[in-house]
Design a protein around this ligand. Structure first.
Ligand SMILES: [Zn+2]
Length: 252
């Protein structure tokens, strides 16, 4: 009931957002990986993106002016993973914070000996548990160096829905937890070995850091370069297709 009420409110607020077709077209033309979607899916993606824009609180960091184009481009990418899951998968938080390019997060960690280490971390994005998603914005997507920061951070949000960010999001009924873990673990270990050996890999080497990063990086590839992911790690591709309930290589 609460879910239904929430989606009713969301739709009502979204209806008040007037987004002209040329604005959608311009945002979509910068996202070539949407090309495989059917007409029906594209319509649905726009509707989700509209509701997502209406529902979240948008802010620019360090004086950045958030433009409608930024919102559209980010919302379309954020909603692609939940196209067949629904916006409830992004429940429990509201903030989307946009930075101009990459940014610095001051970190403070205390090690086992109780020594405090403070350092600056250069990042392109971050997803906070129960909190906002922080994203860098590049006017020229080439500047992001092949990284899809939006899909990456929103994959973390899905991962966190099960409690921890550990590369295991809540799976659907009928999916096998054991098959998921087997596919992800095997691929992660292999990927780590290859990255450690200095091998050139088609996936972002950052995925070798932690299982949650591997899930986020594999999700980026699943949507942006699905053929590459399926060639490298077919079992991972299969599990992601089951989880996202879509198959970019076999359009609906
Ligand atoms: Zn990450």
């Amino acid at each position: 009931m609460i879910g239904r009420l929430a989606s009713w409110w969301r739709r009502r607020r979204a209806e008040r957002l007037a987004i002209p077709d040329p604005a959608w077209d311009a945002a979509e033309s910068g996202l070539p990986f949407l090309a495989h979607l059917s007409t029906d899916e594209r319509r649905r993606l726009r509707q989700l993106a509209r509701e997502f824009i209406a529902e979240k609180q948008w802010s620019g960091a360090q004086g950045l002016q958030v433009t409608p184009h930024m919102q559209l481009a980010i919302a379309l990418q954020a909603c692609l993973p939940v196209l067949h899951l629904g916006l409830d998968w992004y429940r429990g938080w509201v903030g989307v914070v946009i930075y101009a390019g990459d940014f610095v997060i001051p970190r403070r960690v205390i090690d086992e000996d109780g020594v405090v280490h403070e350092y600056d971390d250069d990042v392109m994005g971050e997803a906070w548990y129960g909190g906002p998603v922080l994203l860098s914005w590049f006017d020229d997507p080439a500047e992001a160096g092949g990284i899809n920061v939006v899909i990456h951070e929103f994959a973390h949000k899905l991962d966190m829905l099960s409690g921890d960010a550990d590369g295991l999001p809540p799976l659907h009924e009928g999916m096998s937890r054991r098959s998921w873990i087997a596919a992800m673990d095997e691929a992660f270990e292999d990927f780590r070995r290859r990255v450690d050996a200095g091998e050139e890999t088609p996936l972002d080497p950052y995925g070798a850091e932690l299982p949650t990063e591997f899930f986020a990086v594999a999700s980026e590839a699943f949507f942006e370069t699905p053929q590459l992911l399926r060639d490298e790690y077919p079992q991972v591709y299969r599990q992601l297709a089951l989880f996202y309930r879509q198959d970019p290589l076999t359009p609906a």
